[in-house]
Design a protein around this ligand. Structure first.
Ligand code: PLP
Length: 421
């Protein structure tokens, strides 16, 4: 095994990174919100739109055939990249859509429009975690409100790890759904998927994984993870906006009723009723995100070219450098500072005595782009006694020097605002 740390010479692949902000080179540390896109992704979309643009699955002409082939090739590429088969990938506009799709499909089953295996009865339980992004929380709150199910949540410990003892007592015979994030978009900590899947399986509950912050950063193998469903987001994994997906075990996708209905998802339609295509098409009503899916396939090929083990390795190096540096700066409190846990390159922190927005502004003035606010995880911030934090997040194009620029700038925040010694 090589002891040389992985580095990637990929800066030139990302044209946006060569710019300056306020006269200083841009240091982009906001990939947790949205990643930058390499030229091959931009080219793939433009090439499709200039050469083959056409509606898929509904035309007899040459361009329609070519577009359909490219679109389905993209499904094969992206599903393969994520450890699934093509028919296990439903294209959506993003993870928020994918998670809502599942919640609404279960709601439809509860209303008698699908098999009883998914139907919820009053008092049934949906279990989430305290670390969820709102996209994997509010759809379940809404489903509980519509069905009479009860929403329960696995707490997080002070160090940011999930309280697995609490999980073991929360997941029980009334649990029908366990929906949890693979990696917290605030803490960057990898959650214990195998443990939660085992608990859910024993309870006979459906598992829904939010893979937004894992799929871009570590080898992601849907099949091996053993979850029933997983949502991911294209724009966070070097791909275009407006595309993401839902991966599902075939028996689950086959049985789950559709959420949206309309064109492109039917076999026969009369004025009285409709019959639906098999999965994944039955979940893809309307015009598909064609150029976006093709762009995302280019992103998947790009990441595959780097090698996801190497990507993970690289991000761990960046994450360790960032965490070590943050721990050194007086007045900086890291949210979820557990040591010895698996992480990706995401760190959120509070700077004592300075509002997160002021920190963000100060860093931006020095060319450093970070996210400030609650990062769509208000309950997790409340858990740490905060309404807002600062988040720095890395990607394959982040350099060690950029981490140092960020840390140097951050060290100047409290002195600048006259806080502390
Ligand atoms: N889940 C997590 C953990 C996220 O970080 C995000 C995006 O911030 C989402 C869900 C929503 O993803 P999308 O933008 O694809 O709807």
């Amino acid at each position: 095994m090589s002891s040389t740390p992985t580095t990637f010479d990929v800066r030139a692949d990302f044209p946006i990174l060569s710019q300056t902000v306020h006269g200083t080179p841009l240091v982009y540390l906001d990939s947790g919100a949205t990643s930058q896109k390499p030229q091959v992704v931009l080219d793939a979309e433009v090439d499709f739109l200039t050469r083959a643009n056409s509606a898929v699955h509904r035309g007899a002409h040459t361009l329609a055939g070519e577009a359909t082939e490219l679109f389905e090739d993209a499904r094969a590429t992206v599903s393969g990249f994520l450890g699934a088969r093509p028919e296990q990938l439903v294209w959506t506009s993003g993870a928020t859509f994918a998670l809502n799709l599942v919640a609404y499909a279960i709601g439809n089953a509860t209303a008698g429009r699908g098999p009883s295996r998914f139907a919820l009865a009053p008092g049934d339980e949906i279990v989430v975690t305290e670390t969820e992004h709102h996209a994997n929380l509010i759809p379940w709150q809404e489903l509980a409100a519509r069905t009479g199910a009860v929403l329960r949540s696995i707490p997080v410990r002070d160090d940011g790890t999930l309280d697995t003892d609490a999980a073991a007592s929360l997941i029980g015979e009334r649990t029908r759904v366990v929906a949890f994030t693979h990696v917290s978009n605030v803490l960057g900590i990898v959650n214990p998927v195998a443990e939660l899947v085992a608990l859910a399986r024993t309870a006979g509950a459906l598992t829904v994984l939010d893979a937004c912050q894992s799929a871009p950063h570590l080898p992601f193998d849907f099949d091996a993870l053993g979850v029933d469903l997983a949502a991911f987001s294209g724009h966070k994994m070097l791909g275009p906006y407006g595309v993401g997906g839902l991966l599902g075990r075939s028996d689950v996708l086959d049985d789950l009723p559709p959420f949206l209905t309309g064109g492109s998802m039917v076999t026969t339609v009369t004025l009285d009723e409709a019959h639906f295509l098999a999965a994944p098409q039955k979940f893809e009503a309307g015009t598909q995100p064609v150029s976006q899916a093709i762009g995302l396939a280019a992103a998947a090929r790009y990441l595959e070219g780097l090698g996801m083990d190497a990507v993970h390795d690289r991000e761990r190096t960046l994450e360790r450098r960032m965490m070590a540096g943050l721990r050194e700066i007086e007045g900086v409190r890291i949210l979820g500072d557990a040591s010895g846990v698996e992480r990706v390159g995401i760190a959120s922190f509070d700077v004592e005595g300075v509002h997160a927005h002021d920190v963000g502004q100060f860093l931006d003035d020095r060319g450093v782009a970070v996210r400030v606010g609650h990062h769509c995880a208000k309950p997790l911030h409340a858990r740490f006694g905060l309404t807002a934090s600062v988040r720095a997040s890395t990607s394959v194009f982040t350099t060690d020097d950029e981490i140092d620029v960020f840390l140097d700038a951050l060290a100047g925040v409290r002195p600048f605002f006259g806080v502390g010694a």
